[in-house]
Design a protein around this ligand. Structure first.
Ligand code: ATP
Ligand code: MG
Length: 582
């Protein structure tokens, strides 16, 4: 491609709306432009990157035995009603009516459509397994679209779905997909890590996320360097070491202390003379059909995902001051587990769930259920009895690893680029995906689902690979392999040599952006660095007489004179090593 003909509107200034580096550089480099909040046009450079990512995704999934389909964007409401998600999905689902007032949604994911298709087309165990995928535009009306391609409302996703006759067969395919994902990201030149994950809106029994490690990642990962345990902090476990300090038998009876205006853990510990870990933090949640009281040590956060899983609640939210007052007779900040009613009129039963660490406290300090008072010497089991003890806290750095004997957890950040789920029969059951087994009995299919964000992968690549001057694309997903820089377009001999070099490089199958503009050399270098093509081939100065060009590596800054043929060999070899071809 000739730069003079290309649409590459680079910007010198960083647009104010872009907070993260990938968003800034993709805007500045002329890869994307926003059309509306979270909705983008991919410009030629951006689209070339997405095509390269999808090419790798297609190759690896095809190699793993998957077949590509293309489903519609608009999905009739009935299908979503059948699966039960029309009501459950909430405001992220964009609902649309046609001229006949029939309801549709713009598919945010396609379990319903594919399950109906397979239900209608597959009859026998002999036709299973199946694994179908598409590369498709999705719409999710995200609360906070941000970070450019990282969290858009309209975005491109690869979504795949598999259908099986047994859990064992699903396990085998799940492992194959996990391996395929790792190959995909490796081939994209990205370092990725698989972590245990929550199942969220999609549902199912188990799931893993594939993360690209980056400081700016929205996901926090608990990782044990000792045994390689890795899980999204949303659900990460940790081990509470047994403490043997003091016994409950020696503890005086509970008594109140006046703590005016000191509702927060940090405000009150000094007055009470206790550590945060000795506080029994009491959080009150409203749920569908009841109240949940969660107890964790004062130095730990309640993990709402664990709470939601433990309660099976579909709706769970921190209670407001009125509910808190109705339950505790006190203002916010003075709640404790002692003497709570078993039910709350208007809400229903009150369930008290306590973290395992609470059981280990010889005694704790907590709110007295009286405004401006706390209680000291509160003994779990003596002064209150939770409905259940369970793992309720959020893991944090230096917690003991839940898996190995010796490791402690580190918290690292990542960008979730892929998410795979074992679904079981969650969709097959309501949508009637059944087959006849080898004895002629009807059985329900068992499913897996596999998502991969194409645009988010491109953005994650920029987060992982950039410097102060711009993007540094990994070769396999760079929009072009080479920036061919003609430094002096007014010189006829230089121009002729650049044209000849352009022809040789493109004939060898390399993607070349030929900067033939009549701009100053400085402008060409600045644009080339910003756009981030991995190699620069520089035409100017002394090389021409020796029939040589300067090859500069954008990543290392190394430059070397060599014949064009050597440039071709070097880049083709590097591409072949990444599993791709020019
Ligand atoms: P998140 O927790 O980040 O919202 P999710 O769990 O909702 O993601 P999935 O439903 O598993 O995501 O979607 C599969 C993949 O699609 C994700 O791994 C991600 O790469 C991509 N993806 C999801 N939401 C978005 C979005 N709003 N913008 C861009 N890519 C997205
Ligand atoms: Mg989401």
């Amino acid at each position: 491609m000739r730069f003079s003909r290309a649409l590459i509107p680079t910007l010198r200034e960083t647009p104010a709306e872009a907070e993260v580096v990938s968003h800034q550089l993709l805007l500045r480099g002329g890869f994307i432009r926003q059309v509306a909040r979270g909705i983008y046009t991919y410009l030629p450079l951006g689209w070339r990157v997405l095509l390269k990512v999808t090419h790798i995704v297609r190759e690896e999934l095809t190699r793993a035995g998957c077949e590509e389909v293309q489903m519609p964007c608009l999905v009739p409401a009935e299908l979503w009603q059948q699966s039960g998600r029309w009501g459950a999905y909430g405001k992220e689902l964009l609902r649309i009516k046609d001229r006949h007032d029939r309801e549709f949604c713009f598919g945010p994911t396609h379990e319903e459509v594919i399950t109906e298709l397979v239900a209608a087309s597959v009859r026998s165990y002999r036709d299973l397994p199946k694994n179908l995928f598409q590369i498709h535009t999705k719409f999710r009306d995200e609360v906070r679209p941000r970070f450019g391609l990282m969290r858009g409302r309209e975005f491109i996703m690869k979504d795949g779905y598999s259908f099986h006759t047994s859990l064992d067969d699903l396990d085998r395919e799940y492992a194959a997909m996990r391996a395929a994902y790792l190959r995909i990201f490796h081939r994209c030149g990205l370092s990725a890590r698989v972590v245990e994950a929550a199942t969220g809106n999609i549902g199912g029994s188990s799931s893993h996320e594939v993360m690209i490690l980056a400081e700016t990642g929205e996901s926090a990962i608990a990782h044990c360097p000792q045994c390689e345990y890795a899980a999204n902090v949303e659900l990460a476990a940790y081990r509470v070491p047994a403490t043997a300090t003091g016994t409950q038998a020696d503890v005086p009876s509970a008594h109140e202390v006046h703590t005016p205006g000191r509702g927060g853990v940090q405000d009150v510990i000094g007055v009470l003379g206790v550590t945060a870990a000795q506080m029994i933090k009491t959080l009150i949640y409203e749920r569908d059909g009841g109240i949940v009281v969660a107890l964790v040590p004062g130095d730990r956060e309640v993990n709402e995902h664990k709470l939601q899983t433990a309660t099976g609640a579909t709706f769970l939210e921190l209670a407001g001051p009125k509910t808190i007052h109705d339950l505790t007779n006190a203002a916010v900040g003075f709640a404790g587990p002692m003497g709570l009613p078993a039910t709350l009129p208007d809400w229903g039963p009150v369930t008290v769930l306590a973290d395992h660490a609470i059981a280990q406290l010889p005694w704790g300090a907590t709110g007295a259920n009286r405004t401006d008072y706390h209680c000291m010497h509160v003994v779990p089991g003596r002064d209150f009895t939770p409905t259940q003890y369970l793992d309720l806290g959020t893991a944090r750095a230096d917690d003991w690893c839940p898996r190995c004997e010796t490791g402690t957890l580190a918290i690292i950040r990542g960008i979730e680029v892929g998410h795979i789920f074992k679904l079981g029969t969650k969709y097959a059951e309501p949508l009637g995906a059944r087959y006849l087994d080898h004895e002629g009995h009807e059985q329900t299919m068992i499913m897996g689902t596999y998502g991969l964000g194409i645009g988010r992968t491109a953005a994650a690549a920029v987060e992982q690979h950039h410097d102060a001057r711009g993007i540094v694309w990994p070769l396999p997903i760079a929009p072009f392999h080479i920036a061919l820089l003609l430094l002096n377009a007014k010189d006829a001999a230089h121009t002729a040599y650049a044209e000849q070099t352009y022809a040789t490089l493109t004939a060898a199958g390399l993607d070349v952006l030929f900067d033939d503009r009549s701009e100053r050399a400085g402008v060409k270098f600045t644009d080339a660095e910003l756009i981030g093509l991995p190699y620069q081939v520089i035409i100017g100065g002394k090389g021409i007489a020796q029939q040589a060009v300067e090859l500069k590596d954008r990543r290392t800054g190394e430059a070397q004179m060599m014949p064009v043929e050597a440039v071709v060999r070097r880049i083709q070899e590097e591409l072949a090593a990444t599993g791709g071809t020019a």
